[in-house]
Design a binder for this molecule. Sequence first.
Ligand code: PHE
Length: 448
Amino acid sequence: MNKNRFTRLGFILAAAGSAVGLGNIWKFPYITGENGGGVFVMVYLLTVIFIGMSIFIAEVVLGSRVNKDSVSTVETLAPKSKKYWRYTGFTFLIGVIILSFYAIVVGWILNYIVIAATALPSSVSEAETVFLGLLKEDIVSQLIYYTLGFLIIAYTISKGIKKGIERLNNVLMPALLIILLCMFFYSMTLDGFHQAVEFMFYPNFEKFHASSIIIAVGHAFFTLSLGMATIITYSASLGKDVNIVKASISIVTLDTLIAIVSGLIIFAIVYSAGQEPSKGPGLVFITLPAIFYEMGSIGNLMAIAFFIALAFASITSSVSILEPTVMYLVERRKMSRTKATYGVSAFFYLLGVFALLSNTNEFSSALTFGSKNLFDWLDFVTAAILLPIGGIFVALFVGYIMDKNVVREALIPFMGEKFFAIWLFLIKYVAPLAIIIVMLNETGILKF
Ligand code: PHE
């Protein structure tokens, strides 16, 4: 066994650790709230099953064929006359741009563990003051926690796949699952639980618009860590004998279940406190802390557990965002892992500092360009434009460029002819078209 490769279980936990992140526990509940619940959840599930799952499988096929960094992977699999496709392997750079704002949110979460353990805000308006105070005024606290988060992420990556990433996920993922399960069982005892179930599974078309479909498609990519070479890089550890279809289905199912369970927990708490689910991004940082306070000492415990779970989920995702770049530098540029890790981290850490400052009152005007500040630009450009492009590259490469026989050999033993034909249809036509529509809409070229 190569000492720098995941074990099979290690791979599943690490890929699930990548997929399960802020997207599941923070974003999914609030976009579900904003888009009316049941119908949105249905559309999201369909998108995950038909588009997300098929691209996920395609990325695992790529990674597991070559066992190298993403650029070498595409280069090796491209036919002789189309080696220029290797440049699509550079989508890992998108990930590192994402990291520079994702890590800021990791910092907020670490800070909220301390707030949960010491002084929860006693009302929604106080909670708003606390959160906005942190975001807009408290540069020092934000920098301290952001730096701490970045150090944990960089340290893990510097230790390599087995001793760093696999070990981290082996501990944090089971811990995350246990915390969420405990919270879930508790939330089932709350008065608001049946309302939460109704909200998430009962079709309500009132707040559902065509744009909700677009949001669901975009979120399916983000939540499954697609379009930026993360899954390709992690799958480079897999041998050809591994049932990659089964592994992909397990990871996608776990990711989806965690999003649904997080939604049920959060909405059960929100309904029990007589609040509304449509609170937007502040749901987790403003609404929840105030409700936890009202719940008394059990609320304190839940708050600590909740933010620890969120920290674990976001750290395992952050690590997976950095690894593809480091893997590239180590394999292709022959850099040492330590040098590659700290070099890349330092660069994006600095970019993140500017993004962090762009949210503050003091620096926002200097760091706002046009309609958005730097933080929002980084988020917008990566999620709305770059990630979808990364997704299209994968679909086109696997669907049209790569040797059909290699793709068939990789999948037929694990899915049979019939499902292979359906998968290929999704990869060649459905996924690229759906992504193009999302991109045109999010960039405002085509507005629903
Ligand atoms: N999937 C992660 C989440 O849901 C985010 C992520 C995106 C991680 C892309 C890796 C690559 O939060």
